[in-house]
Ligand binder design. Sequence first.
Ligand code: FAD
Length: 441
Amino acid sequence: MTTVVWFRDDLRVTDHPALHHAVERGEPVVCLYVLDEESEGIRPLGGAAKWWLHHSLTSLAADLADLGAPLTLRRGPAQEVVSDVVRETGADTLLWNRRYGGAERAVDAALKEWAGENGVEAHSYAGSLLFEPWAITNQSGNPFKVFTPFWRACTSGPPPRAPYPAPSALTPAQPAPDSENLADWHLLPTHPDWSGGLAQTWAVGEQAAHERLDDFLEERLPTYTKDRDYPAKPATSGLSPHLRWGEISPYTVWHTALHRGGNPGTFLTELGWREFSWYNLYIHPDMAERPINPKYEHFPWPELDEDALAAWQRGRTGIPLVDAGMHELWETGIMQNRVRMVVASLLAKNLLIDWRLGEQWFWDTLVDADAANNPHNWQWVAGCGTDAAPYFRIFNPETQQKRFDPDFAYVDRWNGRQEGVEPIVDLKESRAHALDLNSQL
Ligand code: FAD
């Protein structure tokens, strides 16, 4: 009999619990990836994410081929496609690692039900989060609303399990099910091809993810806490897109960081913020559309100033740190965390443009665009999320630049000082106006 392993946001072979258990069963394996743009509620991928996915699937297919099995690619509503593949191959078992978004959980639950009704064993495993969201509650049984006690509760229980090794070989199902051609999915941009900067910046795939982790732990971990806020320094891990696509698991990152020694505490706490974002998405599946704090549903956003939005998107606000950040994002698909906070604050507070439009732009342009981290952080900056920055915390981009990029190294690298571009907003006045609107809520 055959086992179908359904790959999703876990494009790797090491510490892939579903693949590991499939191999343990000793049966032939079908490795399946489904591009699902049709199931209700599944958020369509942005442009930069599609670019990454193309390369990540190429890399995964090569790794699986080395182990002896092809990657089967199919497109369509996942419930239909996966059940078709199970039927076609006569598989008796279906395995996957869990997802935590609302629409994704609905698809998975429906498939489990279908499997039960059709005599197919279906099992799911924890592979993408260190702590299952439903397992973390406070003493009164309610969800946590503040990060620190949440993370304390996570880390005071049993530690995350050890990572599973990569299989040494796979037995492919014969005959292999038909696969679509990756090129036919048109994930790469063509007219125009804007991906040159992405290709220069990133090595995509599982091996690159492991190399990045090793490199970070060796070279940058010792100064991480001190330097991580300085955008000109290569101080952070750069792992976010690899974690987003599951090219490396948080279990591998966690245990490798701990075993290498050094002092990974601050770095591991950042992984904790990733857990907290996903925990919140699990509780608030509509987090990209609705403020978590209901008070902000009634925020009096003024009529949208399209020109101001375009100036922000294209890095033409006349505010050097903001423009540098937006150029970095456009060129490379990434932006350093402090700069993300600054540009987000400018949009939502000084320009008074609904944070959801900024979240959407990030969703389209970030290679690490993440269904939980992106809206959760936007809500944090906009002041409407869980454990969010208080509304009155409005980042002043000039002060931030003086503190964190004092010699303009970052601003000049990304052409943030542009001749003839005047600031589109008065920082002081707009700050006062935002505070005034907020006080009326
Ligand atoms: P490191 O500092 O090396 O941290 C290690 C890992 O911890 C990261 O790879 C990431 O997985 C996690 N992490 C770090 N900071 C955060 C955080 N604030 N929240 C959640 N997880 C975190 N991160 C995304 O992965 N995807 C997004 O779409 C995203 N959108 C953001 C939007 C805004 C407005 C802001 C302010 C932040 C956003 N972040 C997002 C969080 C953060 O900016 C990135 O995770 C970080 O910059 C990635 O760089 P790194 O991998 O070098 O991080």
